[in-house]
Design a binder for this molecule. Structure first.
Ligand SMILES: Cc1cc2nc3c(=O)[nH]c(=O)nc-3n(C[C@H](O)[C@H](O)[C@H](O)COP(=O)(O)O)c2cc1C
Length: 306
């Protein structure tokens, strides 16, 4: 068997491999670029960016869990204009591949306005719309847990950009396929799943929640089987490319996510444990593919359904 072909496509966007650091665990690339050449990556997804600068939630906003972590960062970011002015030119210096722009918002109009601005940013090849952050309290509206609201955001952003729009879904619903279908019907080009699972911890000594926000989002290896099952369900429900995310921590996990239906794979919390992990996974993937008898990694997408 010759060299393994690691290239994949996401709604027409070519990636040299399926490995993508997940939003919120990779900033805007600066810190990781000091550790390794980011050009080894298929893409990266930047920190959820909102219209206005955002300080996020008060600390403590991180808590440990068995095989994972809780976070309640709350969309801390410098705001879309500062990102376009300061981070985008820097990203062009440290990474020449496709960037996935993760977009946050508190209203439908804000999502659309952010996407309209990003439409002019050449290097952002995919807009990933986070309708699933468990740590912001948007006046009672939770776009990702309601099919109608998810469709409304999808349609609004679809209207203002020519770039592929990937809706990022929350696992905190009873039927994720229903939300996926609503996004597909409203014009989404792809889906990213999953975001974090709502959780909490209590400090035994103080008898108070560990996180100042009380609850946070659970991520890391502990959620991998949940994420995998949801990718499986959504692959059966809609004909859209899926970015699989949740608990991935090895090249074998990437392969498993793809067999479940993912066209590419994001890696989040595991970067915080080992900042070189994504690089190592890219390096190990050819060997893993060979072992699994796959000459083209793209052929693995959904293969477990056949
Ligand atoms: C510290 C932290 C910050 C995050 N911030 C964002 C964010 O800004 N936007 C977003 O869509 N997801 C965010 N996420 C969710 C991750 O992108 C990912 O969907 C989730 O953590 C599950 O993947 P993992 O288990 O590999 O971490 C964040 C996760 C962590 C751990």
């Amino acid at each position: 068997m010759g060299d393994v072909n690691l290239s994949v496509t996401l709604a027409g966007v070519a990636l040299k491999n399926p490995v993508i650091p997940a939003s919120g665990t990779f900033g805007y690339g600066r810190e990781y670029a000091a550790l390794y050449d980011l050009n080894i990556l298929g893409a990266f997804s930047w920190k959820g960016t909102t219209a206005q600068p955002c300080d996020g939630n008060p600390p403590p906003r991180i808590a440990e869990t068995p095989a994972g972590m809780l976070n309640a960062i709350g969309l801390q970011n410098p705001g879309i204009d500062a990102v376009i002015r300061e981070e985008v030119p820097n990203i062009a210096r440290i990474f020449q591949g496709p960037v996935i722009a993760n977009v946050g918002g508190f209203t439908v109009e804000e999502y659309a306005e952010n996407c309209r601005k990003l439409d002019a940013v050449e290097q952002c090849k995919i807009l990933e719309i986070n309708i699933s952050c468990p740590n912001v309290h948007a006046g009672g509206r939770n776009f990702g847990t309601d099919a109608k609201a998810a469709a409304e955001v999808t349609a609004a952003v679809r209207r203002v950009t020519r770039k592929p729009v990937f809706m990022k879904l929350t696992p905190n619903v009873s039927d994720i396929a229903e939300i996926a279908r609503a996004c597909a019907d409203a014009g989404a080009d792809g889906l990213c799943l999953i975001n974090t699972l709502l959780g909490m911890r209590i400090d035994l000594k103080t008898r108070r929640p560990v996180l100042a926000n009380r609850t946070g989002g659970l991520s890391g290896p502990t959620i991998f089987p949940v994420a995998l099952r949801m990718v499986w369900d959504v692959y059966e429900a809609v004909r859209l490319p899926i970015i699989g995310c949740g608990g991935v921590a090895s090249a074998e996990d990437v392969a498993e996510m793809m067999l479940a239906g993912a066209s590419a794979v994001e890696i989040g919390a595991a970067n915080l444990r080992d900042p070189y992990l994504c690089k190592r996974i890219v390096e190990e993937l050819p060997e893993v593919c060979k072992r699994l008898g796959a000459e083209r990694i793209a052929d693995m997408t959904g293969a477990a359904h056949e």
